[in-house]
Design a binder for this molecule. Structure first.
Ligand code: MV4
Length: 448
């Protein structure tokens, strides 16, 4: 096992990784920007290295500074968390070239999954259902017309280098295809420096379902069930839950088993999430994430496992050590992402935390690096806390969530806590009857 791990991230996930390391007897190195000198994970880590000014490009994305920090602290491995360098294949290679361990899958698997066309092709070959559409990069308008005619409108133009909702254009009728293609190419070239496009059948009202997996790269893999992440605003998840209220037990068992077997056959190593759109009884693969995800705690709550610990163990070369029989999903879990934002306008609300009180009691978990007197810096993502609850069933879980939201006090800044209380009381949420568009519609129709 590693003696020392460098945490190449900030905020709640940096603290989450520090906690897993501590419990494994691993020393930690925090790296931070000048804006994060007072951050909780910096205080708790055994060592801390300032790697640059506030801008992420100059600090948390600064590969030479991070590698130098690892070398001067005699680190064994680097945990990238989520976001920043977590799905950067070049970073994973550079880490390995410096005889450090990248806590994540091989650079090859990261590269494969970051090319969305190649990822779909790999999954199709492994027998996983993928969304209908072009199976190669689009050559031009005539091919786009032919594919769209074949699968039928509406279609969605996506960027091979995209993902997470970036670089998508819906085309509802043939006359809009030419202009849509031209706009999509220009946008993708500007955003990703790559204008490789593909077309898919546009699914109008699906749910977003994702399967959590762990594999050891030697053909052993387990799944930890699925999560429903349909409640999103502008491609940012807001509430996640496990299991999905929209699936039957037979549907989830069949999906999770097939994905687990596919990932084992791929020779994948590490923690991973395979994303699907679920529409009318059918699952269609869209993307695979090769990092630990923001919403991993709901899976930890229903499985009783520490996924970050498992991720570190696998990266250290340990075998999986257990089979699917050892994984039991119990009860229900819901996570609310609490952002430092106005709950109506969603304007960022950085600033000093004047009062801070976290909810507690049975089945309640708060993953946050906030503390009273801390100043939320304006330079980064607005996620400041995750409230995660567990209950014997979805009904108990929802009532526990309500009372925990009522207990939570974050003073001095605006947060999205009031939005979460509203969602929790909505009839559609209570019924579990929502799709990927439900939250935007709900937000659009409410008044302060
Ligand atoms: C789609 C889709 C409909 N049809 N693909 C958005 C995020 C990215 N991972 C894929 N996304 C979508 N892909 C087809 N063929 C609708 C979306 C989508 C979406 C997906 C999941 C959660 C929220 C979403 C919000 C808008 C669009």
């Amino acid at each position: 096992m590693f003696d020392k791990v460098l945490i190449a991230n900030r905020g709640e996930v940096a603290l989450r990784i520090h906690r897993a390391c501590r419990e494994m007897g691993i020393r930690t190195v925090a790296v931070h920007s000048t804006a994060d000198a007072d951050a909780m994970h910096v205080r708790l880590a055994d060592e801390a290295v300032c790697i640059g000014p506030p801008s992420a490009a100059a600090s948390y994305l600064n590969i030479p500074a991070i590698i130098s920090a690892a070398e001067i602290t005699d680190t064994d491995a680097i945990h990238p968390g989520y976001g920043f360098l977590s799905e950067n294949a070049r970073f994973a290679s550079i880490v390995e070239e410096h005889e450090l361990v990248f806590i994540g899958p091989s650079a090859e698997h990261i590269r494969l999954m970051s090319d969305k066309i190649a990822a779909k092709d790999a999954m199709r070959r492994l027998g996983i259902p993928v969304v209908e559409g072009s199976e190669r990069p689009l050559s031009g308008l005539s091919e786009a017309v032919a594919v769209a005619e074949d699968i039928g409108y509406p279609v969605l133009i996506k960027a091979a280098a995209g993902g997470g909702g970036r670089g998508m254009t819906v085309i509802r009728e043939p006359v809009a295809l030419e202009a849509g293609l031209r706009t999509a190419r220009a946008e993708c070239l500007a955003a990703f420096g790559d204008d490789t496009l593909y077309i898919e059948k546009y699914l109008s009202q699906p749910r977003h379902i994702e399967v959590q997996l762990l594999a050891d790269g030697r053909g052993a893999a387990v799944h930890f069930g699925e999560r429903d992440c349909s409640l999103q605003r502008r491609h940012q998840k807001v509430v996640e839950e496990a299991p999905s209220p929209g699936l039957t037990q037979a549907e989830r068992d069949s999906l999770c088993t097939r994905v687990r077997d596919a990932i084992a056959e791929l020779g994948y190593r590490g923690l991973g999430t395979v994303e699907f759109l679920y529409d009318d009884g059918d699952f269609s693969f869209i993307e695979m994430n090769t990092r630990v995800q923001v919403e991993h705690p709901v899976t930890e709550m229903v499985s009783g496992l520490d996924l970050v610990r498992e991720q570190i163990r696998i990266a250290a070369g340990e075998p999986l050590g257990y089979g699917q029989d050892a994984v039991t999903i119990r009860g229900h879990s819901i996570e609310c992402r609490v952002n430092a934002e106005d709950p109506y306008t969603f304007a960022a609300s950085p600033g000093r935390i004047s009062d801070y009180h976290t909810p507690g009691g049975i089945g309640v978990r708060v993953d946050s690096a906030l503390y009273s007197g801390y100043s939320v810096p304006p330079h980064y993502d607005s996620l400041v806390a995750k409230l995660i609850v567990h209950g014997a069933d979805r009904g108990e879980c929802r009532m526990r969530l309500r009372r925990a939201l009522e207990e939570y006090v974050i003073g001095g800044i605006e947060t999205t806590l009031p939005l979460h209380l509203e969602i929790t009381d909505e009839a559609d949420f209570i019924a579990g009857a929502y799709d990927i568009h439900w939250l935007e519609r709900f937000i659009g129709g409410r008044t302060p």
